[in-house]
Design a protein around this ligand. Structure first.
Ligand SMILES: [Zn+2]
Ligand SMILES: [Zn+2]
Length: 382
């Protein structure tokens, strides 16, 4: 039997947002909807239902709302599979997806964001699927920085908890734009502008954002047939920039020198991109899109005077895609050429037959080697 109220989902809405709206429109809190109407046990609360496929949830929703299970599944983050990542990892961190940090029934991490301006002007507030993606930090419509916590009480965004602890007879406030903890409007008390110092740098990122929301190739300059190759490369590029050893040996300083962006790791550690605060992710993305804006020249500029090289890309989670690996091999191979033993013997022979005294200095000159290295190598030859 259908529920009395079954609001249609918005095209870009996240599953958990729609489920919460169904509950509130029916005068229920989410936990009551799960238990009494959908027949689910409390284990649903320790699941990230936007990632984790719960067949009984999808089946009940289909039955109670009349929406097909195919349409319901499209609201999950798994709908991004094949586009931004091969597979969404359900039981652990999944690339480009903000973790919720579910601990018992609470969420410890800032795993969902929102746009205060969207909330201020929308007649019905809801959460977009893209607001759980780590590389989305600015609203594509309003160009302001997204928020990931309540501006009044600093709680994480957890609309599914709305009404927890309230008495049964109380009617829930039917607005996902209210903080589940302090009940104040999430859109007030926010700054609507992006930091002015980034105005010039932001255009590359905004073009990427627009293309992503329109389902178009996000980094057209790279001419990649598949979006997945762009995203895999972007992940590796960002991971290489953030690698502690290289980041602290000139990369951070070069980013500051060339762009004015000071990437300071607030946590002090070197966590992966997805685990970092939103302000930091913005800075990292601006630096990455500054590099991609003049590809590959800017990558070489970033590497200049540093130890950032081919070796930076070794031992990363996976090999870089072709568009990135060709540049790395062609331009970032900083290994020093060393003559082979045979070549050194040939040089010695050549010098003797041409009546030139084969001193270490002369051999090193012919072999294009450092004198000290050449001396060591000659010793081992004897
Ligand atoms: Zn907005
Ligand atoms: Zn609050």
């Amino acid at each position: 039997m259908l529920l009395p109220m079954h609001p249609q989902p918005f095209e870009d809405e996240l599953l958990s947002s729609w489920v919460t709206r169904i509950a509130l429109e029916n005068g229920l809190y989410t936990h009551a909807l799960y238990k009494s109407c959908l027949g689910l046990d409390s284990s649903i609360f320790i699941r990230d239902i936007d990632k984790f496929f719960v067949p009984s949830l999808i089946d009940s929703l289909e039955e109670k709302t009349g929406l097909t299970s195919e349409k319901i599944k499209k609201m999950m983050l798994t709908s991004f599979e094949g586009r931004i990542t091969e597979r969404v990892i359900v039981n652990s961190n999944s690339r480009w997806i903000l973790p919720l940090g579910i601990y018992h029934r609470t969420r410890r991490k800032k795993g969902i964001m929102y746009c205060p301006q969207c909330f201020a002007e929308n007649p019905i507030n809801y959460y977009k699927r893209i607001w759980r993606l780590s590389f989305i930090v600015i609203c594509e419509k309003h160009h302001c920085l997204l928020r990931d916590s309540c501006p009044h009480c600093n709680s994480v965004i957890d609309y599914q908890r709305m009404g927890i602890g309230k008495a049964k007879f109380e009617t829930p406030a039917n607005d996902l734009g209210l903080c589940s903890s302090c009940t104040l409007p999430l859109w007030t008390n926010c700054s609507f502008t992006t930091p002015p110092e980034y105005t010039e740098l932001i255009s590359g990122y905004l073009a990427f954002l627009k293309a992503f929301t329109l389902n178009q190739p996000c980094i057209p300059l790279l001419k990649q047939p598949m979006e997945l190759q762009e995203f895999n490369g972007l992940w590796i590029l960002i991971s290489s920039i953030l690698r502690k050893r290289y980041f602290n040996s000139g990369v951070k300083a070069n980013i500051l020198k060339f762009t004015g962006i000071d990437i300071n790791s607030s946590s002090g550690s070197h966590e992966s991109f997805d685990q970092r605060p939103i302000e930091e992710r913005l800075k990292i993305l601006l630096a990455a899109f500054w590099v991609l804006d003049k590809w590959p020249d800017r990558l070489l500029q970033l590497a200049s005077g540093t130890i950032y090289s081919q070796s930076t890309f070794q031992d990363l989670s996976e090999p870089p895609p072709y568009w990135l690996s060709t540049i790395i091999h062609r331009h970032l191979d900083k290994s020093i050429y060393t003559a082979t033993d045979d070549e050194l013997s040939s040089i010695q022979h050549y010098l003797k037959t041409h009546s030139i005294i084969p001193t270490t200095k002369t051999i090193a000159l012919f072999a294009n080697m450092h004198k000290g290295t050449c001396r060591d190598r000659l010793k081992s030859l004897k």
